[in-house]
Design a protein around this ligand. Structure first.
Ligand code: NI
Ligand code: MN
Length: 226
């Protein structure tokens, strides 16, 4: 499995010959200025919730690649009206088997209005279960006891967790989340993009290490084999 970081909460994951792209927010992210949004591969685009910093480049990438957009029903319905042709609607707690593995759309504690004020349904995260690796992209969320359910239901090899605080969990709560999830490999997201979510990287790594969790910061534009 290959993981590429495109800034903020946007990751590309190549698994089972398919390219998954999570929460594309690139062309409007100054930190991701060197990323060419028109070169990013995608067979599936997974959108955790409706906020612009997770959905900004969905239409552009979906139109170029013909990718299927997976999100909640309200968001996929809105994207269809915006001209996105291939969508797969889900809702919280539901699971579907795709050609790369199973996807469960799980609870997130957050909000989800779309950029034009339309109803973006309930925010979520994604639990991806494949024979090689089960992993979790939390979207934007607070720490919640529901994360214990994920830890009970599958053995995660990796979790993408927000650590930026203010709008989502901060470092301390993300450490607690990794314990609830029973996951000791975490890639952080949703930090540094805005003034309100700047974090001290060394402090974050230290706090996770104290809990015996490896926190792997990725550079924007970096690809890693996991
Ligand atoms: Ni958000
Ligand atoms: Mn956000």
């Amino acid at each position: 499995m290959k993981v590429s970081y495109y800034g903020h909460s946007c990751f590309g994951v190549e698994i089972n010959g398919r390219h998954l792209l999570f929460d594309p927010f690139i062309s409007e992210n100054p930190l991701a200025a060197e990323i060419d949004v028109d070169q990013i591969p995608a067979d599936y685009i997974l959108v955790s919730h409706g906020h612009y910093d997770h959905i900004a480049d969905v239409k552009r990438i979906a139109k170029r690649t013909g990718a299927t957009v997976i999100s909640n029903f309200e968001i996929t319905t809105w994207l269809e009206k915006e001209g996105v042709e291939k969508v797969h609607p889900m809702n919280i707690g539901g699971r579907w088997e795709f050609d790369f593995g199973k996807v469960k759309y799980v609870n997130a504690v957050h909000s989800s209005a779309l950029p034009d004020g339309s109803n973006g349904g309930n925010p979520g995260g994604f639990l991806i279960d494949t024979p090689q690796c089960a992993f979790y992209h939390a979207g934007d969320t607070a720490l919640s006891m529901d994360m214990q359910l994920i830890g009970r239901q599958c053995e995660l090899c990796l979790a993408f967790l927000p650590i930026g605080d203010n709008f989502t969990m901060g470092i301390d709560d993300a450490v607690q989340a990794s314990s609830f999830l029973k996951c000791n490999h975490v890639i952080p997201m949703h930090y540094d993009t805005f003034e309100l979510i700047r974090v001290d990287h060394d402090e974050a790594v230290r706090k996770f290490r104290n809990a015996e969790v490896e926190l792997k910061f990725m550079e924007i534009g970096e690809t890693r084999e996991m």
